[in-house]
Design a protein around this ligand. Structure first.
Ligand code: ASP
Length: 284
């Protein structure tokens, strides 16, 4: 099968002067993930590598540049899911964690649990060689000014062996309560992969959870609907249910889509036809 990767940098409203920086970021992430796929690597490795690039990019709301809690702290949510085996690893509300997707991958590999949360997750993280970010290291001026907006990052990929994987990482929503967990680390909400498709969502987490957005898209794909129509219908349903903004990237065996309800969602991809990027395809 022809490998493909799609990366998003969060649904929301972003000032025009930042658009180019966001597009540059998602392009770099897609290229990193695709290099792994092109070398015969797995979809799982590709999505983790792509999301790591964006966690380290201060333009995005994940890792460095994360949205802050109302206490002014950073608490990370992330998940990674391997569609071929249905294994998933996730972390939520973990303070001072800059590489949340990498820790989620460790949870997946360890295989004992699916989701580790809060400061206690540092016990496992420490065993796996992770260190908390130094005080303030993940906090940017934009986040302090509460301008992070959306900007969650995610990636979905299909590898040459026809396997699918999804990864999502976020600082969550601006001024969230400490301890709040969004959709990103929850299977079937912000992140999903199975033997037919992979999905990463972004936007108002509480609404995405209520809509079980990613799983909704996966069920439609299992029924034979294409990735564009499946995502469009699920997002339209979310809007009817909640009136809130969200977006999703989806890949299946036939193609991929990047669809959002909000004004912008930086997206980049590399597929059999080459590389590209745009600010998303808005649901009318
Ligand atoms: N979905 C994320 C959350 O609610 C936020 C976002 O996508 O911007 O945690």
């Amino acid at each position: 099968m022809t490998p493909a990767i799609v990366v998003h940098g969060g649904a929301g409203q972003v000032e025009a002067e930042r658009h180019e920086r966001l597009r540059t970021g998602v392009r770099a992430a897609a290229a990193r993930g695709h290099a792994i796929l092109a070398a015969g690597g797995s979809a799982l490795d590709a999505v983790v590598a792509a999301v790591r690039v964006l966690e380290d990019d201060p333009e995005f709301n994940a890792g460095t540049g994360s949205a802050l809690t109302r206490d002014g702290t950073v608490e990370a949510d992330a998940a990674v899911m391997d569609g071929a085996t249905r294994r998933i690893g996730a972390v939520a509300a973990v303070p001072d964690l800059g590489e949340a997707v990498a820790l989620a991958r460790e949870v997946l590999e360890a295989g004992e649990h699916v989701l580790l949360v809060g400061p206690a997750a540092w016990q496992f993280a420490g065993e796996r060689g992770f260190h908390p970010a130094p005080p303030g290291a993940l906090i940017t001026e934009r986040a302090r000014a509460r301008l992070a907006g959306a900007g969650t990052v995610g990636a979905v990929a299909r590898d040459a062996a026809g396997r699918f994987a999804a990864a999502t990482s976020t600082g969550g929503t601006n001024a969230k309560r400490p301890g709040r967990v969004g959709d990103s680390p929850l299977p079937g909400c912000g992140t999903w992969a199975d033997d037919r498709c992979a999905i990463s969502a972004t936007g108002h987490g509480e609404s995405i959870i209520r809509a079980a957005l990613a799983h909704r898209i996966a069920v439609a794909i299992a029924a034979g609907i294409g990735p564009r129509e499946a995502a469009r219908a699920a997002l339209a349903e979310l809007r009817a249910l909640t009136g809130r903004e969200a977006g999703a990237i989806t890949v299946d065996a036939t193609g991929w889509s990047a669809i959002q309800l909000s004004a912008t969602m930086p997206v980049a991809w590399v597929d059999g036809d080459g590389a590209g990027d745009h600010l998303g395809d808005r649901v009318p």
